[in-house]
Design a protein around this ligand. Structure first.
Ligand code: ATP
Ligand code: NCN
Length: 254
């Protein structure tokens, strides 16, 4: 055997180079919280994903009835929350495309960006999955990605009718139950309640810095500081009872 043919024989014994496996985690992320991050991390592990790209929506048309924070704020929060995970990235495809956000466009744009050698896994929580038949171009969706529906407390994980989902294009998966929602986080901030540990620390700080989810400006409405960083920053009449009772200056429970 020549050196060259020996090399070829070795190549034949090697497992074929695997196709790149890309998870796609779409969401409004207003704000991003640990429920999103745990779902993405669990799916990444189960499906041996090379990367999960988080895609903040531009204009989430099914949330038109309420005010959604500026896309740049939601984008930056997503970058901050995912920065420490080398497999997590963030895409601007949805926020840079004008008009309402449709997942068919997200997946088409990502395909154009990433090329044909990539398998897509679109991650969705039980609530979003149960509404999937109302999504634009649903008949095309399951051809563009494998869908992974994850459990979410308070929502039943149900499968769309068989005739709508091609064989083998949807997997249902249980993930650790985190009863956290962006709505709950926004409500807590506007009530002056803490969101530490529901969202990454950097998100608490970003929300305070930008004054998000408060009716007033940040400096007037309670600038929350990190637990180890001194006083709560909340006006005295908004301090939680335990802090007032102990008279502590550190506000450690916020
Ligand atoms: N706690 C959670 N566990 C599992 N999946 C979740 C959780 N929270 C959100 N998801 C999923 O993440 C995706 C993006 O969710 P989204 O950004 O709308 O957050 P949300 O908490 O549902 O927001 P809001 O309360 O404003 O409706 C959706 O597919 C949703 O089902
Ligand atoms: O394509 C659609 O018509 C469509 C309708 C509603 C939601 N989605 C997508 O579902 C993901 C979660 O959306 P949301 O509104 O629950 O944050 C996000 O990627 C959205 O773009 C998509």
């Amino acid at each position: 055997m020549t050196e060259r043919t020996a090399g070829l024989a070795r190549d034949r014994n090697r497992p074929p180079r695997h196709r790149y496996r890309l998870g796609v985690m779409g969401g409004t992320f207003d704000p991003i919280h640990h429920g999103h991050l745990v779902a993405a991390s669990e799916v990444a592990r189960r499906f041996a994903l090379d990367e999960v790209v988080f895609v903040p929506t531009g204009r989430p048309w099914q949330k038109d009835a309420r005010e959604v924070s500026e896309a740049e704020d939601r984008y930056l929060m997503t970058v901050i929350a995912t920065a420490s995970n080398p497999r997590f990235t963030v895409s601007r495809v949805d926020i840079d495309r004008p008009g309402p956000t449709y997942t068919v466009d997200t997946l088409r744009d990502l395909r154009t960006e990433r090329g044909d050698d990539v398998d897509f896994f679109f991650i969705t929580g039980a609530d979003a999955l149960s509404a999937i038949l109302t999504w634009r171009g649903v008949e095309e969706l399951f051809g563009l990605a494998h869908f992974v529906g994850v459990t979410r407390p308070g929502h039943e994980l149900s499968v769309p009718p068989k005739e709508q989902v091609p064989e083998g294009r949807l997997t249902l998966m249980e993930v650790p139950a985190l009863s956290i929602s962006s709505t709950g986080c926004r409500d807590r901030v506007s009530e002056g309640d803490p969101i530490w540990y529901l969202v990454p620390d950097g998100i608490v700080q970003y929300i305070a810095k930008r004054g998000l989810y408060h009716d007033d400006e940040p400096d007037h409405a309670g600038h929350q500081t990190a637990p180890a960083g001194g006083g709560s920053g909340l006006p005295a009449n908004r301090l939680p009872d335990i802090e007032r009772a102990s008279g502590t200056e550190r506000g450690g429970i916020l």
